[in-house]
Design a protein. Structure first.
Length: 560
C-alpha cells in the first residue's frame, strides 16, 4: 500500500517525465529573480518549489539573475537576493548565473532570426508602436518598417549594438502576427537601445534583450528541464515556445505555470514596495512590517516556519488570497517547541506590596518551558515592589475580568496571590501605582499553595528590571487586499508599529543577537539584528500568542 502524500500537479508532471525517460530522467530547475529589489514572500514560494522539486528528484537548481534591465538593477540587490536564498535554506552551489552571461549567444540568436526573416528593426516611436499594436478587441497593424530587407536589418542591428543610435531610435522586433489574439505575439520587442552601464557587463553593450526573449533561451542554454513560473506568464508561453521553435536549440525546456502566493494584508508588488521604501513610509526594505524576506528575517521569522507555511499553501493553478493567520500559525507552532519562556512587562504599572518585608529579596523558581524538561528552571528575584502590565488592572472592571481590580485577587506567576487594596493616582487622575498585600502562604510550589484564584498574571521585580525598547509590529495595512485599492496608501494601518519602554526580567539583560523568547502571555519576541546590544536590548514582536486579527480578517476576506 502506498502511503506517500499526493503530489501537486507540478510534481506529478515531473514524476511522469522521469518515468517516461524524458530528459534522461534529469530534473533541472532555476530561480530567476530580477535584481531590481528585495525578494518577498511570493518569491519564497518559487524558491521552495524550484529548489524543492530538484532536491526531491536528485536534480539541481540554478540561481540565475534576470539582469536584462540595467537601469533598475544594482549589485546591492544581487547580494541581498543571495542572502535571502541562503537564509531560506537553499544552496545553488556552483550554479550562479546571469542572463547577461548569455548576451553574446542571445545577440547571435537575434541575428539568426533576422536572417530567417523572423525579425526586423522598427523605427516607430514607442508611442506609435503602442498605437499600431491594437487592443484586445482590435487587431494590430503592420509597421511600415516590417518589410525591411535582411541586409538592412542586419546593418541596423549592428549599428545599434555599436552605439550609433540614441535610446528609443530603433527597436528589434520579432515578425510574428499583428492580428494574433495573444497580444504577446504581435511582433514583440526583442532588443532596445540603452546607453547605460550594466552591473555585470559594464559598458560592453548598448542594446539589451527583452525579458521574454532572454528568458526561454537562457533556460535552453542552461539545460533547464522544467521552467516553473507564476500564472501571469501563461500568456507568454506561446511566445516562449515560438522562440524555441524558430531557433531549435539543442535542449528544449518546458514552461509550467502555477498560482502566485498572495498574502492578505501584505504587498508583493515591487513597484509599490519601492514606493513605500523611497517615500520613507517604511524604514527600508528590511522593515519588519513588510512581507520582504529581509523584513521577515529582521522581525524574527524563522525560515523553517516559512518553508512549512509554503508547504501548507501548496502548489495549484488557482489564484487565492492566503490569510495572514496561516503564516502566523506556522511561526507560533515553530516557536512553541523551541522558544524558552521569559517574563516581560511592556507597559509597566508599579505595585507596592505593603505587607512584604522592606529590603527583602527572595528567589522563585520559574520554568523555562512548560512542556520540555531539558531547559530546566531559572531563578527570578521577587521583592516588595514589582511591575505588572497596565492592562492587567481595571478600576471599574466588568464581571468576568479575572485580573487585578480594587479588592480583587490574582496569582503572580511562580509566586504569590496578591490583593489590590488601594489605587494611587496623579493629579490628572491617571493610575500610577497600586498598593497590594500578598498572602505568604500561597507561594507557588509550596504545600500550602492550594488556595485558588481565577487569574494569573506575569510580573517583574522593580529593583532588578532590565529596561528595553520593544517594537510591537502589526499588519501594515487595514485591508486584506491593499494591492487592489485605488490608492493602496489609503489602507495603511496607523497602528502598524508601537514602540514601548518595557521592563524585562534580569535573565534577559545580556542575551545575544538572534535570540527569541516567548514573553509569557504576550507573544514571541526576537532581538533586533541591527539595533540590539546586550547591554541595550531591543526586541521585536514576531507574532502574538493569539491571532487577534482572526475574526476581523475572516470577515474582511468574506466581504472582498
Amino acid at each position: 500500500m502506498n502511503n506517500a502524500a499526493p503530489k501537486d500537479f507540478i510534481r506529478q508532471i515531473i514524476s511522469d517525465d522521469i518515468e517516461s525517460g524524458k530528459h534522461d530522467g534529469d530534473v533541472v530547475t532555476r530561480f530567476p529573480p530580477e535584481p531590481n529589489g528585495f525578494l518577498h514572500i511570493g518569491h519564497a514560494k518559487s524558491i521552495c518549489l524550484n529548489f524543492g522539486v530538484a532536491q526531491e528528484n536528485g536534480g539541481r537548481t540554478y540561481l540565475r539573475f534576470d539582469d536584462t534591465n540595467p537601469g533598475k538593477e544594482s549589485e546591492a540587490y544581487v547580494e541581498a537576493i543571495k542572502e535571502d536564498v541562503r537564509w531560506l535554506g537553499f544552496d545553488w552551489e556552483d550554479r550562479l548565473t546571469h542572463a547577461s552571461d548569455y548576451f553574446d549567444q542571445l545577440y547571435e540568436a537575434a541575428e539568426t532570426l533576422i536572417e530567417m526573416g523572423k525579425a526586423y528593426v522598427d523605427s516607430l516611436s514607442a508611442e506609435e508602436i503602442r498605437e499600431y499594436r491594437g487592443s484586445f478587441t482590435e487587431a494590430g497593424k503592420d509597421s511600415p518598417y516590417r518589410e525591411r530587407s535582411v541586409e538592412e536589418n542586419l546593418d541596423l542591428i549592428r549599428r545599434m549594438r555599436d552605439g550609433e543610435f540614441a535610446d528609443g531610435e530603433h527597436v528589434l522586433r520579432a515578425k510574428i502576427d499583428m492580428a494574433s489574439e495573444n497580444m504577446n505575439m504581435r511582433d514583440p520587442a526583442l532588443y532596445r537601445i540603452r546607453h547605460i552601464s550594466h552591473q555585470n557587463t559594464g559598458d560592453k553593450w548598448k542594446i539589451y534583450p527583452m525579458y521574454d526573449f532572454a528568458h526561454g533561451l537562457s533556460d535552453a542554454f542552461e539545460g533547464i528541464t522544467h521552467s516553473l513560473c507564476t500564472l501571469e506568464f501563461e500568456d507568454h508561453r506561446e511566445l516562449y515556445d515560438w522562440f524555441l521553435d524558430q531557433l531549435e536549440p539543442p535542449h528544449r525546456p518546458r514552461q509550467i505555470e502555477f498560482s502566485r502566493l498572495n498574502l492578505a494584508y501584505a504587498l508583493t508588488s515591487k513597484r509599490k514596495l519601492h514606493q513605500l521604501v523611497e517615500d520613507g513610509i517604511v524604514n527600508g526594505w528590511d522593515d519588519p512590517r513588510l512581507a520582504t524576506l529581509a523584513g521577515m528575517r529582521r522581525r524574527g521569522y524563522p525560515p523553517a516556519a516559512l518553508r512549512n507555511f509554503i508547504q501548507r499553501v501548496g502548489v495549484t493553478r488557482k489564484e487565492n488570497l492566503i490569510e495572514m493567520g496561516v503564516l502566523e500559525n506556522s511561526v507560533r507552532e515553530h516557536f512553541d517547541h523551541v522558544a524558552e519562556r521569559r517574563m516581560a512587562v511592556l507597559r509597566p504599572l508599579k505595585i507596592v506590596l505593603s505587607n512584604y518585608p522592606k529590603g527583602e529579596i527572595e528567589m522563585v523558581a520559574a520554568q523555562n518551558h512548560p512542556n520540555r524538561a531539558e531547559p530546566g528552571t531559572r531563578e527570578m528575584p521577587f521583592g516588595r515592589e514589582i511591575y505588572v502590565e497596565r492592562t492587567d488592572f481595571m478600576e471599574e472592571a466588568p464581571k468576568k475580568f479575572f485580573r487585578l481590580k480594587p479588592g480583587g485577587e490574582v496569582r503572580l506567576r511562580f509566586a504569590y496571590i496578591i490583593r489590590c487594596d488601594a489605587v494611587i493616582k496623579d493629579d490628572s487622575g491617571e493610575v500610577v501605582e497600586l498598593r497590594c498585600s500578598y498572602d505568604p502562604d500561597t507561594r507557588s510550589g509550596s504545600a500550602a499553595a492550594q488556595r485558588k484564584v481565577k487569574g494569573t498574571i506575569h510580573w517583574v521585580s522593580v529593583a532588578h528590571a532590565v529596561p528595553a525598547e520593544v517594537r510591537l509590529y502589526d499588519r501594515l495595512f487595514t485591508s486584506p487586499d491593499p494591492g487592489n485599492a485605488e490608492n493602496f496608501l489609503d489602507d495603511l494601518n496607523p497602528k502598524s508599529l508601537e514602540v514601548v519602554n518595557a521592563a524585562l526580567e534580569p535573565s534577559l539583560g545580556q542575551v545575544a543577537t538572534g535570540s527569541t523568547y516567548q514573553f509569557e502571555r504576550l507573544g514571541y519576541f526576537s532581538t533586533d539584528p541591527v539595533d540590539h546590544q546586550p547591554d541595550k536590548p531591543v526586541f521585536n514582536r514576531v507574532v502574538t500568542l493569539r491571532d487577534t486579527w482572526a475574526k476581523i480578517e475572516k470577515e474582511a476576506l468574506m466581504k472582498s
